[in-house]
Design a binder for this molecule. Structure first.
Ligand code: SF4
Ligand code: SF4
Length: 96
């Protein structure tokens, strides 16, 4: 028997009950020209990514609201991140 609900995202998984777990991961920048310079880190190879603070989370994250302060102009990689997808579930599990 085919379970038609099997591929549906878990409704319990939402950003509202998550402490921005994915914002601990390295967010590489590619053609993201709207990210302010003071939020960007450049490694020895010249690759750009979102800077992170000592708590491991992205510098652009508001620590009080746990909301992205540059949501409208957030990097492409953040836009593509799928809530409820494999990487999301993995990030949430890592934060336990
Ligand atoms: S996308 Fe996933 S990991 Fe990121 S804040 Fe939302 S629920 Fe948490
Ligand atoms: S830019 Fe915003 S969405 Fe992307 S990692 Fe930073 S805080 Fe999270």
């Amino acid at each position: 028997m085919i379970d038609e609900f099997a591929s549906r995202p878990d409704p319990e998984v939402t950003c509202a009950n998550c402490e921005a777990c994915c914002c601990r991961q390295e967010a590489m920048l590619f053609n993201d020209t709207e990210v302010p310079d003071d939020l960007i880190e450049i490694n020895a190879q010249g690759e750009k990514s979102m800077a992170r603070l000592d708590d491991g989370r992205c510098k652009a994250l508001d620590r009080h609201t746990m909301v992205c302060t540059i949501y409208e102009t957030r990097p492409w990689i953040c836009r593509e991140f799928e809530m409820g997808g494999y990487e999301c579930l993995s990030a949430r599990a890592d934060n336990l």
